[in-house]
Design a protein around this ligand. Structure first.
Ligand code: URA
Length: 300
């Protein structure tokens, strides 16, 4: 049976995994615990008088004050196998990504808003994946349908889920600042996410969820046909490029993607956690600006 982590350790672990994910380290393998090691650890704890860890509940015997031979042995001992019978299972093969839909023909700028409306209507009151169960609002996208620049994030958070708009929370404020620093207004760009419904607890979308939703994102990209697309973070980069790669290897260069140029940078939520990386993100945005022929405001 899975061991329950205490809430503090669990939260710290979630935070650490998010941090790695933002760095582009997205595949983790959980190594099954060697029962012999667990048993040895428990035995050591027992010898050091660490059993039981918590005071007894009312009416329960105080195991710590009982003779050790009467102390309840932890359930971990139940199915111990000899150390040499333990075998690590092979690491599973990397999942492949479904082929993206064919690139649609470019639409005249004046018709792009209507094209986006058609995609939104097709999504309807979407129940194609599990994420619909917890959502308040489906967050389709926002901005200028004929934008030269489009940003792609991971998925809505709580604020976005409440308002039905992408990037309106803290990460959104930072994204707005990044857009302003580029000399643009938020209304001049288009913003969408890999998944349109909030993953519970803001977890990373599962591959099934992202793969179910991303064809709509591809169609949005085809409709807007931005000159430059900026993938915010590892999830966006992964599902756009159809390959899991560390962010470090994707940043700092221009990729070609569905008729647009694609730049990969850090997710604003990651930059909120580690503001030292803002300089790096700004360097990425400057690549996007160069591609668009933009100069930062205040510089001639
Ligand atoms: N994070 C995202 O990836 N997208 C949003 O819309 C908000 C936060």
């Amino acid at each position: 049976m899975a061991r329950q982590l205490d809430p503090t350790t669990r939260d710290a672990l979630i935070e650490r995994v998010r941090f790695y994910r933002d760095l582009g380290l997205t595949e983790f393998y959980r190594r099954p615990v060697d029962p012999a090691l667990v048993a040895a650890e428990a035995m050591q704890g027992e010898q050091e008088g660490q059993l039981p860890a918590e005071p007894p509940a009312a009416g329960e015997p105080d195991l710590a004050s009982e003779p050790r031979e009467n102390a309840k042995r932890p359930a971990l001992f139940a199915d111990i196998q000899p150390a040499n019978s333990f075998q690590e299972p092979p690491i599973p093969a990397r999942k492949t990504f479904p082929a993206p839909p064919e690139i649609a023909a470019a639409i005249p700028p004046a018709e792009r808003q209507a094209a986006l409306r058609v995609i939104r209507e097709e999504m309807g009151d979407c129940t194609r994946c599990e994420l619909h169960k917890g959502r308040h609002e489906l967050v389709f996208g926002d901005g200028d349908a004929a934008a030269r620049l489009m940003f792609v994030g991971e998925g809505p958070g709580a604020d976005e889920d409440a308002q039905g708009l992408p990037f309106v929370g803290r990460a959104g404020q930072l994204l707005n600042n990044m857009i302003t620093a580029m000399g643009l207004k938020r209304e001049e760009v288009y913003i969408a996410n890999v998944v349109k419904c909030r993953p519970p607890g803001n977890r990373t979308p599962a591959p099934e969820e992202a793969n179910t939703c991303s064809p709509f994102l591809f169609r949005q990209i085809d409709a807007v046909r931005p000159e430059v697309l900026v993938a915010l973070g590892a999830t966006a980069a992964t599902y756009l490029l159809g390959a899991r790669q560390p962010l470090a290897g994707l940043r700092g260069r221009v990729h070609s993607f569905r008729g647009s140029r694609l730049i990969v940078t850090y997710h604003p939520a990651y930059l909120l956690r580690d503001p030292r990386q803002k300089k790096e993100a700004w360097a990425d945005l400057q690549i996007a600006m160069r591609e668009l022929g933009l100069k930062a405001p205040g510089r001639s």
